[in-house]
Ligand binder design. Structure first.
Ligand SMILES: NC(=O)c1ccc[n+]([C@@H]2O[C@H](COP(=O)([O-])OP(=O)(O)OC[C@H]3O[C@@H](n4cnc5c(N)ncnc54)[C@H](O)[C@@H]3O)[C@@H](O)[C@H]2O)c1
Length: 263
């Protein structure tokens, strides 16, 4: 099926590692023109090379810290300056460390809030400044199933991802009139397949789970397997497609092997 993404301008934050890397390669396979905004320019550069080989019409890397509004604006400016528009934004950057709430400190809360929530606010605001006058666009934010039913050791992260879900629904309501669609994808545990898939800025740079823990997670899921980055990328490409998902907005989609089932 033609997804209508050929030569479209797509901005992907955190495109250097794991899910972001798969997102870049997924949009590359559709022939998109891709702007990667990542704090780790070296790792993003490696992914850009792979994306060119995978069929991207063009790729640029812009070193970006999404917690800084001026850098989010510079990222969107770079996309418009090189490709003329922003047809789709994927807010993919996120960060967590697994700890019980009572083991965490206000500095940790602040970091989680800034990366997982302020990053989405900054990039969404900066992208809408371009999309509203253009009268079209898609924004997908990568949330988490931790936002939907609570998860031990992810209290502040899950809270911020729930904030992202709610924020995106409001943005969908406010901006549908401009032809802009806004949705969320909630991964469950989604692990890289090889070491090359993670850079030093990735939370997977040190393993988050032991093999034994991963086996237990897989066994607990209806589909009996943990997620792979391409599982998430395929869903995001679908939601970003004006042809496949042109009438879909304000939705929160779990891609988690059945971990959450929300009616
Ligand atoms: N992997 C999972 O199991 C899982 C589960 C649920 C939700 N998620 C969500 O999916 C998204 C991607 O997760 P992942 O596992 O691929 O993450 P990751 O840590 O492997 O990769 C994150 C990428 O973002 C970049 N980055 C980090 N901070 C940044 C900043 N301030 N500005 C710009 N770039 C920054 C890193 O360099 C890296 O390339 C996140 O939003 C995460 O919360 C992941």
């Amino acid at each position: 099926m033609d997804l209508g993404l050929k030569e479209k301008s797509v901005v992907i934050t955190g495109g250097g590692s794991n899910i972001g890397r798969a997102l870049v390669l997924g949009f590359a396979a559709e022939g998109a023109r891709i702007t990667i905004g990542d704090i780790d320019e070296t790792q993003a550069g490696k992914v850009a090379e792979l994306a060119r080989a995978a069929g991207a019409a063009d790729v640029q890397v812009v070193r970006t810290d999404v917690t800084q509004l001026d850098q989010a604006k510079a990222l969107m400016d770079a996309a418009v300056s090189r490709y003329g528009a922003i047809d789709a934004l994927v807010n993919n950057v996120g960060w967590d460390q697994l700890m019980f709430f009572m083991q965490t400190t206000p500095d940790f809360w602040e970091k989680i809030i800034r990366i997982n929530f302020h990053g989405v606010l900054n990039c969404t605001h900066a992208a809408l400044e371009k999309m509203i006058p253009a009268g079209s666009g898609s924004i997908v934010s990568i949330s988490s199933d931790a936002s939907r039913q609570g998860e031990a050791k992810e209290a502040v992260y899950g809270g911020m991802k729930a904030a992202v879900n709610s924020f995106m629904k409001t943005i969908a309501k406010e901006n549908g009139r401009y032809g802009i669609r806004c949705n969320c994808v909630c991964p469950g545990v989604t692990i890289p397949e090889t070491e090359e898939e993670v850079g030093k800025g990735s939370m997977w740079a040190k393993p988050l789970f032991t093999p034994d823990q991963l086996e237990k997670v897989a066994a607990s899921l209806p589909l009996k397997k943990v997620g792979r980055p391409r599982d998430i990328a395929n869903s995001v490409v679908f939601l970003s497609s004006p042809l496949a998902a042109g009438h879909v907005t304000g939705q929160v989609l779990s891609v988690s092997g059945g971990y959450s089932m929300i009616g």
